[in-house]
Structure formats: structure tokens, C-alpha cells
Design a binder for this molecule. Structure first.
Ligand SMILES: [Zn+2]
Length: 243
């Protein structure tokens, strides 16, 4: 799963996805948020698959969240029904994500939504993964592309749309799945480093072909490196893997 925590220079806190395990994400947040602070400024759910959603349910129960960004999808999972209930009771401002939106998190630090557009992907592309909210975080001249779990078909769409993809760092889509991170997309992103958020799984993530396509780009994998922290002053990025 994915869980990406952002702390801005003035201390705003944003969490993108919550991973598959509420107790795990809560304990990791507990190391970064002082125990007396029960507030999170914003959370983003990229898509309602359980390896992104489950942890956020625990986060919504524990923390008071001000702003929630997601894109509603038809889903009949009980976890998604629970999410909808928590949205009602949280009292947060809820935004439906759509390409073109941007959220200013701090001075010079922005989160831009690149996908989905007004219409969700249709036909063969109509999967939960392809409806992922894709975002690009920019801070000064540093940027991080956060493509959720999109597959090659949406990567192609973003290329056709001329979306701003070039980024300093890439969170590799869909845990390094073979069906994502196509060569053309990777060329457009042209990252100086890549992070693969992946745990033990039966899907063969990350895929050997994706690792080969990444070539000599330094790759940090959460299964090998533990949590991967990126620290930036807006001109450079330092990587601090936790193992
Ligand atoms: Zn996933």
C-alpha cells in the first residue's frame, strides 16, 4: 500500500493515503506528530482500494481532519461505506479532486491535481486504479510526482494532455506493477530518484521490467529501506531511508 506524509516548513500536516493497516499508520504518524496534537490539516484518498483506504479510516477516527480530498467512485466495499460515514461525521471540508485544482500548503509549496479530469476513465480504462487522484507536489524547484496506482493507459492520457510530469522524484505508480511506469512516461517524468511503496505481496510487485526501466535511477523501496523520508529546501532533495 501507500501512505505519504507531508510536513510543510511551517508545520502543516497532510497525509496522502493510509496504507492497508490502521495501527501501522497510526504508530508511524505517532513518531512524527506530537502526542498532544490530534489534528491533521488535510488527507487525500487517491482511490478506495484497501491498501490505500484502510489506514485512513483509523486516521479519521483518531485525528481531527480539516480538509479531505478524494474522488467519489462507485464502490460497494464495506470499508468505502465506512469512509462515507466518517466523512459525514468528521466535519471536514470535503473536495472532489479534479485535474486543474491546486492547493497551496505553504509558501512556495503546492499540491497540483493532474487527474482525473471532469470525467472518470471509461471503457477498458474504467478501473479503480485508473481513477486514482494523480498529484504533483512542488516546492521551489523541487517536485514529486504522485501517480497513485494509475496504469499505462492513464500515463498515455497524461502525456497526450501535456500534463506537467517532469519531476525531481517519482513515487512509482501501483507499487512497481508491470502495467505502469511505461518507458515514454518515465522519460517525461525524468526523475533523479524513485520511491517504490511496496510490502509483501502476491502480485510480484515490484515488477522486474519496471526495475529495468528505472535503470540507473536510484530507487528506494519501502520493503527494503523501511519508510523513505525525502527532505527538501526547495532547491535540493535529501533522502533518509529508515533502514
Ligand atoms: Zn495500491
Amino acid at each position: 500500500g501507500d501512505a505519504i506524509f507531508i510536513r510543510t516548513p511551517t508545520g502543516s500536516q497532510v497525509l496522502i493515503d493510509g496504507g492497508p493497516d490502521a495501527s501501522l499508520v497510526l504508530s508511524r504518524l505517532g513518531r512524527r506528530i506530537p502526542f498532544w496534537d490530534r489534528t491533521i490539516d488535510g488527507i487525500v484518498l487517491t482511490h478506495p482500494d484497501l491498501d490505500h483506504l484502510t489506514g485512513l479510516l483509523g486516521v479519521l477516527e483518531r485525528y481531527q481532519v480539516q480538509t479531505i480530498i478524494y474522488r467519489h467512485l462507485p464502490s460497494d466495499s464495506s470499508a468505502y461505506a465506512h469512509w462515507q460515514e466518517l466523512l459525514q461525521s468528521e466535519g471536514a471540508t470535503v473536495h472532489q479532486a479534479e485535474a486543474g485544482q491546486h492547493v497551496v500548503l505553504d509558501r512556495g509549496l503546492e499540491l497540483n491535481v493532474l487527474h482525473p479530469g471532469p470525467e472518470l476513465p471509461a471503457g477498458e480504462a474504467a478501473t479503480t486504479n485508473n481513477a486514482s487522484v494523480v498529484m504533483r507536489l512542488t516546492y521551489g524547484s523541487v517536485s514529486i510526482l504522485l501517480p497513485g496506482d494509475i496504469e499505462a493507459v492513464v500515463e498515455q492520457q497524461l502525456l497526450r494532455e501535456g500534463a506537467p510530469l517532469a519531476s525531481t522524484a517519482l513515487k512509482v505508480a501501483h507499487h512497481g506493477s508491470c502495467s505502469s511506469t511505461s518507458e515514454e512516461f518515465l522519460r517525461a517524468v525524468d526523475p533523479t530518484l524513485a520511491v517504490i511503496s511496496v510490502g509483501e505481496n502476491d502480485f510480484g510487485h515490484p515488477c522486474e521490467d519496471v526495475l529495468a526501466r528505472l535503470g540507473d535511477i536510484p530507487v528506494y523501496r519501502t520493503d527494503n529501506h523501511g519508510a523513505v523520508e525525502l527532505i527538501s529546501d526547495g532547491t535540493q532533495v535529501w533522502v533518509d531511508p529508515k533502514r
